[in-house]
Structure formats: C-alpha cells, structure tokens
Design a protein around this ligand. Structure first.
Ligand code: UGA
Length: 427
C-alpha cells in the first residue's frame, strides 16, 4: 500500500516514519523546502526520541519527502492529512492551513485514476470533516466521496518526546467513517498493530480526540488546584496524589502537580472546545475553569518566590528548563514563557538553560535574557534558581548549594534537598 502524508510536522513525520518502518511505501509532502531537504538527508527537523535512527534506516528506501503534494497524492492509495491546526486569539480553531492542505489534495485527486482514501489526522472540531473539509475536497477535486474516493478520520494520540513509541504501540486506534466501510482500508493498514480498533462515525472520532486531551488537561488543573490548597495546609500534594492513585478508578497518570500544562495540544484543544461549545449554545464552566487554573499556575511559582525573598527586582535568577516538558525542544505555550516574562516584568535578571530548547528560547526572548551552555554555568552566578522542566539532569542537589530553589516540577524526592533551600509551587 502506498501512503502520502500531507504535513511533515510532529504528527505527519512520526506517522510517515512509523508506517515506513512497518514496510509501507511513504511519501511525505510539505511546503517547507528546508524541512523536506533535512528529512531527505535523514535528519529530524525537531528533537524526538528514536526518530532520527529510523530516518537513517528508511530514507532512500521506502521513505522520502517532497514539496510536490501533487506527485505524492497521485501515486498514493492512502492520503493522511496531518497539518497543524492553530488557535485564533479568541480560542476558536483556525482552519486556514488544513483548508489549504485539503485544497491541494483535492487538486491532485483530480488527476488521480482509481480510488484513494483521504484521512484527516489533524485535530478538528466535531463536524468539521463532514461539513467543511469533505465539501472542499469534492469541490476542488471535482469528484464524489463514495464513488471516486473515500474519507475517514483517524485521530492521533501521540505524546511529544515519546511519539515514535506511541505510534508503534498505540493504546487504541480510532477510525471515524462516513459509511460503515469507509475505514476498511485503514483497518487493513493497521492490521499488524496490536491495539483495539474502535470504528465510529466521523463526528464521534473527532470528539474522542478532544474529549481525551481535554480530560487530561482537566486532570492536571484538578491536581494543581488540590496542590494549591495543600500548600496552604503544609500537606505534600504528591503523597495525596499517591494515595488517590491507589484507587484503580483514578489511576496514577496525569496527577503530577506543578506549573500546569503547555505544548501545542492541551491548551489549544481545551480553548477550541470551549469556544465551539459556546458557539453551539453551551457554557462549559468546568472547562473554562481548567483554562483559568492553568493560566494562573506558572505565575504562582513567581509569587511563591516573591513571597519568600520579598524583592525580585535586580535579583539574579537562573531558569532551568524551557521546553514544555522533558524529551522535546518544543516551547509552544510552555509555562517557562509566562514565568520568564513575569520575572522580567518584576525586574529580575534572568539566565536560562535547557538541554535542547535553547534555539527556540533565543527566538522567543532574544536579548532580554542571558543564555547558559549548561546547568552549572546557569546557576553559578545566580541567587535564585527556578526549575521549570523536569529534565533528569536537574536532579542534582549539589548543583544548588547555597542557592534558593523554586520548583515548578517535582524533580526531587522528599528529603533529597532541604525544605528551607527548596520550595515547590504547590508542595
Ligand atoms: C498531548 C496528549 O497527551 C497526547 O495524547 C496527544 O496526542 C497530544 O497532546 C496531541 O494532541 O497531539 P503532548 O502535548 O505531547 O501530548 O504532552 P503531554 O505529555 O500530554 O503533556 C502536556 C503538558 O502537561 C506538559 O506541559 C506536561 O508537563 C503537563 N503535565 C502532564 C502536568 O503538568 N502534569 C501531569 O501529571 C502530566
């Protein structure tokens, strides 16, 4: 089976590489010529565990990248649309990029003989595939769904930093179909994957994606709120989470209190669902609170520090960790951005370090802060240290001797560092 992937970002590149590793012939189409060139040199355009070794194994064999969407689509049996969807200022989903991708796929399908299956993998608000993308595909291709091509929705549940592993070993495969057999080819494609397959209609598949991400976001804001209350009482939130998670109905996952969720998915998807629900005439008050708690959580760490040392102005502060979580260089919606901006607003002198996200940080903060080339250099001159991403290399108490540490993520186990030297955002 020949596969075309439209959009070689996190989802597209990992999906394409994963399918190529299972023996499929894969063409990745992207409008970014630089990215295409990098992939064709077997280099990953972003930091993702396990991706580059697979590229080195597969590029030049059954995996390639191209800027020619037309060529990729006309030679494929299955076309995955994997472009990123963005948020507008009011939180509503911005479909500009996916509409452009669908238009180019439609134009290519015009010249395609025989059947193909078009799969929407990008995250879109329930109803979008059937009401917006399918009509656009039919208009631009001049062809009819059911007769000339089929359409399906196949949401992704990949975590950045573990995306390759998640793709190859999924918890579940969700297939949204327009008719009961639209997803047959997709089932065939995934037949060697050891995971339950759920076949539903298009809108249900779209909603499963949102409900999953928004549930994870809710769990995080929930435990952060419990953590904020625990801090007032001097209770260790992590012990509370441990006690909760022994209940099999609760599970231990996504109960790590801290400075909140970031990244390109949880914040955007929660806002987009709130905005869509309001448009549909429903006020999702729980989800609005999830966003509010998350917006305030990074600033709480600065507040904890300000309460402890009274004045932040002109204080030398080292910020360790910039990526929105370990294992990635991604800084989209990273809590580090809010924390550093607030430190700067209060007049602090910031030096930052992250093992992989320095280039992205330079693009965001420019000359407003100093950059260190390792953790030792970052802290050497600082009075205060903020730990913002839980990279394992920061779990080194010797690094912080004589410093006052403020932790946004739990990097130390109890007793590893004295409570008078280290204070957590909600422990
Ligand atoms: C998330 C979902 O977990 C994936 O299933 C989904 O496929 C993906 O979005 C997507 O829609 O593409 P990701 O954005 O990579 O994946 O990140 P997560 O691992 O979910 O972490 C998100 C944020 O929550 C991070 O900032 C992390 O530090 C934070 N977090 C996570 C907590 O603050 N506490 C926790 O207990 C867990």
């Amino acid at each position: 089976m020949r596969v075309a992937i439209i959009g070689a970002g996190y989802v597209g590149l990992v999906t394409g590489t994963g399918l190529a590793s299972r023996g499929y012939d894969v063409s990745l189409a992207d409008i970014d010529a630089q990215k295409v060139a990098m992939i064709n040199q077997s280099r990953a355009p972003f930091h993702e565990a396990g991706l580059e070794p697979l590229l080195q194994k597969l590029v030049g064999k059954n995996l390639r990248a191209t800027v020619e969407t037309n060529k990729a689509v006309t030679t494929a049996d299955v076309v995955f649309i994997c472009v990123q969807t963005y948020c507008q200022d009011d939180g509503a989903i911005d479909l500009t990029h996916i509409k452009q991708a669908v238009t180019s796929v439609g134009k290519a399908l015009k010249n395609r003989e025989g059947h193909s299956l078009v799969i929407i993998k990008s995250t879109v608000i329930p109803g979008t595939t059937e009401k917006v993308l399918l009509p656009l595909l039919e208009k631009t291709s001049g062809k009819k769904e059911g007769e000339d091509f089929r359409i399906a929705v196949n949401p992704e549940f990949l975590r950045e930093g573990r995306a390759v592993e998640d793709f190859l070993n999924p918890d579940r495969i969700v297939i949204g179909e327009l008719e009961n057999d639209s997803g047959d080819v997709l089932c065939q494609l995934y037949q060697d994957f050891n995971a339950p397959v759920l076949r539903v209609d298009l809108m249900t598949a779209e909603m499963i994606k949102y409900a999953s991400n928004v549930f994870l976001a809710t769990k995080i804001s929930f435990i952060n709120e419990i953590g904020n209350i625990c801090k007032k009482l001097g209770i260790d939130t992590y012990k509370v989470a441990q006690g909760m998670s022994l209940d099999s109905r609760i599970s231990p996952h996504f109960l790590s209190a801290g400075i909140g969720f970031g990244g390109s998915c949880l914040p955007k998807d929660t806002k987009a669902l709130v905005s869509a629900a309001q448009e549909w005439g429903y006020q999702p008050s729980l989800l609005q609170s999830v966003i509010k708690v998350n917006d305030e959580q990074p600033l709480r760490l600065v507040e904890v520090a300000a309460n402890s040392v009274r004045e932040l102005s002109q204080r030398k502060v080292a910020v360790l960790g910039l990526a929105f979580k370990p294992g990635t260089d991604d800084m989209r919606d990273a809590p580090a951005i809010k924390i550093i901006n607030e430190l700067l607003r209060r007049g602090a002198l910031v030096t930052a370090y992250d093992p992989v996200a320095m280039d992205n940080a330079r693009g965001i903060f420019g000359k407003q802060i100093e950059y260190a080339s390792n953790a030792e250099d970052a802290v050497s001159d600082a009075e205060l240290v903020f730990i913002v991403t839980e990279w394992t290399e920061f779990n080194n108490p010797a690094l912080y001797r004589g410093k006052k540490v403020f932790c946004g993520r739990r990097v130390f186990s109890p007793g590893q560092i004295s409570n008078s030297d280290c204070e957590g955002v909600c422990w």
